[in-house]
Design a protein around this ligand. Structure first.
Ligand code: URC
Length: 305
């Protein structure tokens, strides 16, 4: 038996980058949390302490901040691609780089009914995510872009049922034709590599518009599908995302079923016709799905964390 170093990767986690554009009186803000992860033959750093192949995480941090100025952030996808390609192209021992970005939402403040030029309020809504993975040296490079969102909380007060499920001796759940359905959606969608190669997220493809379109498709399905289960809703959300933005090759969805239990007011002689619920936080059902086009090859490298 031998004990081996069976895997390794390293990088700088959670670089909080706030980039302003101040070229005109109306400023713009991009607020990011950026994590770099480098892969390659760094085994010596672990096994013998030899750091000669190791690009310090401090340097990675500097690149992340410098590129925010030098390259600008025309889109988060483009910025992450530039970073990943930089580490793979410019650092010999790096064979693959992954850049993860969380995008924090800000809404322009309104003062006396007018949008303010340089003040924002933090929006309470979802966090947009981007994960770019670039592997292989120039000429034989593979790039994957996965966009997404998390903490996207949606709720409907009717239009959801759950019945005719498998029953065994431990089942106590009462079937229902009218329940609250709510979730805090985590979704990621992988763009067809052809889009990255052809349009390069700068020309011909607008990742910001695609993001809004996918989000809109999710909301539309959640709202309008008479849901027989959260599983069915997820399938329709994933399908609608691909139908709405054909550049999307694959959608991965994870939805905690945020249970709302009708509060028993009968004990006080009061009727409760679906009006007062106890919002429970745990445990919760966790429903997950992967929805994909069958004409785009799968890409496990795009999802490797
Ligand atoms: O949409 C649902 N899916 C389930 O699998 C499930 N299980 C459960 O108890 N409630 C629900 N709701």
């Amino acid at each position: 038996m031998a004990i081996v170093l069976a895997g390794h990767q390293y990088g700088k986690a959670e670089n909080r980058v706030v980039r302003f554009q101040r070229d005109t009186p109306r400023h713009e803000i991009v607020d990011l949390n950026v994590t770099s992860t480098l892969r390659g033959d760094f085994a010596d750093a672990y096994l013998t302490g030899d750091q000669t192949k190791v690009l310090p995480t401090d340097t990675q941090k500097n690149v992340i901040y410098a590129f925010a100025k030098e390259k600008g952030i025309t889109s988060v996808e483009r910025y992450a691609l530039d970073l990943a390609r930089h580490f793979v192209d410019r650092t010999g021992p790096v064979t693959a780089a992954r850049i993860d970005v969380d995008v924090y939402p800000w809404t322009r403040a309104r003062v006396a009914g007018e949008e303010h030029d340089h003040t924002w309020t933090r929006s309470g809504s979802e966090v947009r995510t981007v994960a770019v993975t670039v592997s292989g040296k120039r000429g034989a490079q593979e790039a994957h872009v996965v966009a997404g969102l998390k903490e996207f909380t949606v709720l409907k007060s009717t239009g959801s049922s759950f019945r005719d499920f498998l029953v065994d001796e431990y089942t106590t759940l009462t079937p229902t034709d009218d329940r609250v359905m709510a979730t805090s959606l985590v979704a990621s969608w992988r763009y067809d590599p052809a889009v990255i190669d052809a349009g390069d997220f700068g020309a011909g493809f607008d990742p910001d518009a695609a993001y809004e379109a996918v989000k809109g498709a999710f909301v539309t399905q959640f709202a309008t599908l008479p849901s027989l289960a959260l599983q069915q809703t997820l399938w329709h959300m994933g399908r609608a995302a691909i139908e709405t933005v054909p550049e999307v090759a694959e959608v991965r969805l994870a939805a905690p079923n945020k249970h709302h239990f009708l509060y028993d007011l009968q004990r006080f002689g009061t009727e409760n016709a679906g009006e007062v619920f106890h919002a429970d936080d745990r445990p919760y059902g966790l429903i997950q799905a992967v929805v994909a086009r069958d004409d785009v090859p799968p890409a496990p490298a795009a999802w490797e964390r």
